[in-house]
Design a protein around this ligand. Structure first.
Ligand SMILES: *[C@@H]1O[C@H](CO)[C@@H](O)[C@H](O)[C@H]1NC(C)=O
Ligand SMILES: *[C@@H]1O[C@H](CO)[C@@H](O)[C@H](O)[C@H]1NC(C)=O
Ligand SMILES: *[C@@H]1O[C@H](CO)[C@@H](O)[C@H](O)[C@H]1NC(C)=O
Ligand SMILES: *[C@@H]1O[C@H](CO)[C@@H](O)[C@H](O)[C@H]1NC(C)=O
Length: 384
């Protein structure tokens, strides 16, 4: 009887020394979790030597409360609402493997306020909290960039003035802000092709600075955000002949195309004139209208055109001898007038331009049919 009792005591002591005396411990570091907004994060707290009287607790160490208890072993301790269909904000999953127990804290529907430090600790009944084992896990919520300064998308500026274009963005990590010109041209004042700064300084503005400026906010979290600013600069019209001379043959119902590129802001009004051919020597220019003799068209937004540039075309229909003269492309806005562009129409023997009838094509089709008649005759002779 005594022996059995002694054995029981010895076994109890042995169990105590082998297991009971071993302190509970959090093994493994908690791997930081990097997740996008709206997603799900998982933080593992793996313990050994956990016994009754030990509780594994997950807390959120936000700056204000300094430790909000989320879970208590397998119990969710804080308010836990359903945040997306079928899933609550928090979940705790316990897994045992040999003597290791993992308490996996799952956080759903991640928001900016969720990122920070999470602490896992083992509460030991009867011991002071200073001795409780603990480890910290980091949750980094990634947030794609959002440009917050989208207030001025269209600017109208005078030459010689200065203006700062601002672009700020939120996002985690903090996005890089880059300014470029959307047509790929260089930024003003030797600032290069791209500027890494929230502020793009347009200093002592020149008309060449007009155009679309693009701000890109990128932090490697898809998608990046983008913002376009259209910068219009007030300036006097500029006109340029696409070709200074245009040839066409007369009296054969051919038309001639005179082309003029016009820039300026506010958008210029464009009028075509011609120098009359008159015996009385009067050289007062004649204004041309869109009528059966002339067709006046304006092209915008073709790929070869610059910002705030338009392409005007004057078509002279059925060219006759009296059409061989000088034509003027005159552009006017409230800042000034440009009347320096002259295009001369001269006589040629053959049709000029893209819309000429093709005699060669007609000739070759005739020769093909002659050839086929010849071969049919040859074939007929062979057969009969
Ligand atoms: C967390 O633990 C579970 C199961 O123990 C494991 O499958 C998972 O890979 C672990 N995750 C991390 C981030 O350690
Ligand atoms: C950004 O631009 C501002 C204004 O031009 C300038 O003062 C500042 O030094 C620039 N910052 C960097 C990092 O280049
Ligand atoms: C910002 O740009 C620098 C230099 O290219 C790069 O090292 C850094 O990772 C970028 N930051 C983000 C958040 O993308
Ligand atoms: C008209 O525009 C051209 C540029 O296309 C410029 O060289 C010329 O000086 C301008 N003329 C006037 C009168 O403004």
């Amino acid at each position: 009887m005594m022996r059995v009792f002694l054995l029981a005591v010895w076994v109890a002591v042995l169990i105590n020394t082998v297991y009971g005396q071993l302190d509970p411990e959090i093994v493994d570091e908690i791997i930081p979790e990097v997740t996008s907004q709206g997603g799900q994060a998982k933080l593992n707290c793996t313990v050994v030597n956990k016994q009754s009287g030990h509780t594994v607790i997950w807390t959120f160490l936000d700056a204000k409360s300094g430790g909000e208890i989320i879970t208590n072993d397998e119990t969710i301790y804080i308010e836990n609402k359903e945040c997306t269909e079928g899933a609550k904000k928090y979940q705790i999953i316990k897994r045992e493997y040999n003597r290791r127990i993992t308490y996996m804290l799952v956080i759903n529907c991640l928001e900016l306020v969720d990122f920070g430090k999470y602490k896992c600790y083992i509460q030991i009944q009867g011991d002071g909290s200073a001795t409780w084992p603990s480890k910290i896990g980091y949750l980094v919520v990634q947030v794609p960039p959002t440009i917050t300064s989208k207030n001025v998308a269209v600017l109208q500026l005078d030459v010689g003035h200065s203006h700062d274009l601002e672009c700020t963005a939120t996002g985690v990590p903090t996005p890089n802000i880059t300014w470029v010109r959307s047509d790929g041209a260089l930024l003003p004042d030797g600032q290069g092709a791209l500027l890494r700064n929230t502020t793009l300084r347009l200093f002592n503005i020149k008309k060449e600075d007009r155009g679309l400026y693009k701000c890109i906010a990128d932090n490697q979290v898809r998608p990046p955000d983008m913002y376009l600013v259209s910068v219009s600069i007030f300036f006097k019209p500029e006109t340029l002949a696409v070709q200074n001379t245009v040839g066409q043959a007369q009296n054969r119902q051919f038309s001639a195309k005179l082309e003029c590129r016009v820039s300026g802001y506010p958008e210029p009004e464009v009028v075509w004139y011609r120098k009359p051919i008159r015996s009385d020597g009067d050289t007062k220019l004649e204004k041309l209208n869109d009528d059966p003799r002339y067709e006046i068209t304006k092209l915008i937004a073709t790929t070869t055109l610059r910002f705030q540039e338009a392409w005007y075309v004057l078509s002279i229909k059925n060219v006759v001898a009296s059409d061989y003269t000088e034509y003027y492309c005159v552009a006017k806005n409230r800042i000034g007038t440009n009347d320096t562009t002259v295009i001369r129409l001269f006589e040629t023997m053959e049709c000029q331009g893209a819309n000429c009838p093709s005699f060669e094509a007609a000739a070759s089709s005739i020769s093909v049919s002659i050839l086929s008649i010849v071969s049919m005759l040859t074939l007929a002779r062979l057969l009969f």
